[in-house]
Design a protein around this ligand. Structure first.
Ligand SMILES: Nc1nc2c(ncn2[C@@H]2O[C@H](COP(=O)(O)OP(=O)(O)OP(=O)(O)O)[C@@H](O)[C@H]2O)c(=O)[nH]1
Ligand SMILES: [Mg+2]
Length: 564
């Protein structure tokens, strides 16, 4: 009786043992078969090994996408801190100046708010009380529309209002002594030249009784004057740190354009059509990553944006000039130390501004996002940071805000696992998005960051976050790329909801759902999932994480996930 049903399979017929096989023939056949199988298994194992090592050699490419300030660079820094410790240590010193710029900018922004409030209060004062002009005599006090900041010394006042102008005016090195004397000079304006008298009020002023509010405003005006040197510090740091040190703001609601602007037909986010002839990288507009047309070349400046190199060059030049000596005398002329000295000398005044009751009231009245929830807010750490011996922490680096210009590549490798990752951090501003597409062709995964905390901010109105996500999902070139969504800034969402901000006031469709983080993130998540499902050319799994990438808990998650 045959062992197998062989009547229907010709191959089985061929391979079947002869019907009249003797026991010794059978033994020989089985031995041959087993040897053939061993050789075959060996070949299979060898092929598998080669495939594995090939795969390990090929770097995993990961792209970070999302609108500006969504937290792409902050996410990348978390990876860097975990997996590129040497590079992290090398870049530490450079980030110190970004933190200092952030801090100084926090103060100058608040001083601008104070200036506006004083101006508004004074124009109100002047229209309601004819005596107010005598309290704060101005050179143009006869004009009802003149600002209390009106001055014969237009440039000086213009600097207070316009950091850009201050930057133009700034010339090279700032000396702390010069700045201090300037500060003192500024707080003692020439008689009649500055509207708000800081000391020695004019006879007409002294004859008028100041109200408590007048006194408060006067106090703030004095502080503003004393902190004038910080304008120049900001300008100086912005010049040194380059394009990324200044933020780009647009009031143009068409900024919802996904990757390319309206004049660039390179990519149609709706149907994923791609016109290669239009794929011109904007070499002229990007000053910091020079080689847009040559991806390979650009890689050679990986992980720098120009600014770190610029600072390092500055230090090297300084070292050369001082012949490598580093004594207290020669460090005193170091421009960086001088900037630090000015910031440290302004510490008490900065604290007075930040802790001022009236200032807090002004900030609370301000429309838009809270200053303390803005990018790179460091005023609460003033006492630790505004010192000549400021030691930057890992958390400071992750919180520091420097806008990404162009594309930065980071190489992350794990020697134990033998794998290498290449992570690309791109600029999220509208003008930077034109280059995104050129990084899509061979990318393995995308981490897309959506800041959930901005549901009530103006730009959220045009559903920019959703439009960008939709464009990424719909892109045919990314059809097989794994998308991972980070609903980021959950800590700020929580803070807003705790303050009583109602989601349904900005997002009517949220309706009567519970106004808490869990419900809100579930709701937003559902929208993102729906968009992915509707617009993906090929269905793919939906991966989402709720994150606060500035918190160390993200690093714990990454460490546990053992991605490498
Ligand atoms: N509170 C809070 N702040 C965050 C979070 N993620 C990022 N930030 C801060 O938000 C600011 C902007 O983050 P970045 O990482 O620079 O944003 P980006 O997406 O790289 O922005 P571009 O470079 O302009 O495209 C930084 O100061 C971060 O520290 C978060 O989850 N919570
Ligand atoms: Mg960035």
């Amino acid at each position: 009786m045959p062992l197998h049903r062989i009547d229907e399979d010709p191959l089985a017929v061929l391979l079947a043992p002869p019907p009249n096989e003797t026991p010794s023939q059978r033994e020989a056949r089985e031995r041959a078969e087993s040897e053939a199988k061993r050789v075959s298994d060996e070949i299979d194992a060898q092929l598998r090994k080669e495939r594995d090592s090939e795969r390990k050699k090929k770097p995993v490419k990961l792209l970070l996408l999302g609108q500006s300030e969504s937290g792409k660079t902050a996410t990348l820094k978390n990876f860097q801190l975990l997996y590129c410790k040497r590079q992290w240590a090398q870049e530490r010193a450079s980030w110190r100046f970004v933190v200092l710029l952030n801090l100084v900018r926090n103060v100058n922004d608040i001083l601008d708010i104070i200036a506006r409030e004083i101006a508004a209060s004074n124009s109100h004062h002047m229209s309601s009380k004819s005596t107010s002009a005598a309290v704060y005599p101005t050179s143009r006090s006869s004009s009802p529309s003149s600002s209390p900041l009106s001055s014969d010394n237009e440039d000086e006042i213009e600097e207070i209002i316009s950091p850009a102008k201050a930057r133009r005016a700034s010339t090279g090195v700032i000396s702390p002594s010069k700045s201090k004397s300037k500060s003192a000079k500024n707080s003692m304006p020439r008689s009649g030249s500055i509207s708000i008298a800081v000391s020695s009020p004019s006879p007409s002023a002294s004859s008028t009784t100041k109200t408590p509010k007048d006194k408060d405003l006067h106090r703030l005006s004095v502080l503003r004057m004393r902190l004038l040197p910080l304008r120049r510090v900001q300008a100086e740091l912005e010049t040194r740190l380059g394009t990324g040190a200044t933020e780009l703001y647009t009031s143009n609601t068409s900024s919802a354009a996904p990757f390319a602007d309206s004049t660039n037909t390179m990519f149609n986010g709706e149907d994923g059509k791609f016109d290669p002839s239009a794929m011109v990288r904007p070499a002229q507009t990007q000053t910091q990553t020079q080689a847009w047309g040559h991806k390979e070349k650009e890689f050679s400046i990986h992980s720098t944006n120009g600014w770190k190199t610029a600072l390092e060059r500055l230090r090297a030049a300084k070292r050369r000039l001082s012949g490598g000596r580093s004594t207290p005398t020669n460090t005193s002329s170091n421009p960086e130390d001088e900037l630090l000295a000015i910031i440290a000398a302004s510490r008490d005044d900065m604290r007075s501004v930040w802790e001022d009751r009236l200032v807090r009231e002004m900030l609370a009245r301000k429309k838009g996002p809270r200053v303390e929830e803005g990018a790179g807010f460091f005023l609460t750490d003033l006492d630790r940071i505004a010192r000549t011996d400021y030691q930057i922490t890992d958390d400071d680096i992750i919180r520091a805000r420097l806008r990404t210009v162009g594309v930065q590549e980071y190489r992350v490798s794990s020697h134990s696992a033998g794998s290498e990752w290449r992570m690309y951090d791109v600029g999220g501003t509208r003008s930077s998005r034109a280059v995104w597409y050129s990084y899509f062709d061979d990318v393995d995964a995308i981490i897309f960051l959506a800041p959930v905390s901005c549901f009530d901010e103006k730009l959220a109105e045009d559903r920019r976050v959703y439009m960008l996500w939709k464009s990424v999902c719909a892109c045919k070139l990314l059809a097989r790329t794994q998308l991972v969504l980070f609903l980021n800034k959950c800590d700020l969402l929580q803070a807003k909801l705790m303050r009583g901000i109602k989601i349904r006031d900005s997002v009517p469709s949220f309706g009567d759902r519970r106004n808490d983080v869990a419900t809100a993130t579930r709701y937003f998540q559902q929208h993102f999932k729906e968009i992915q499902r509707t617009y993906s050319p090929v269905q793919r799994p939906f991966y989402v994480h709720l994150t606060s990438v500035i918190e160390s808990i993200l690093r714990d998650h990454l460490r546990r996930a053992d991605l490498m």
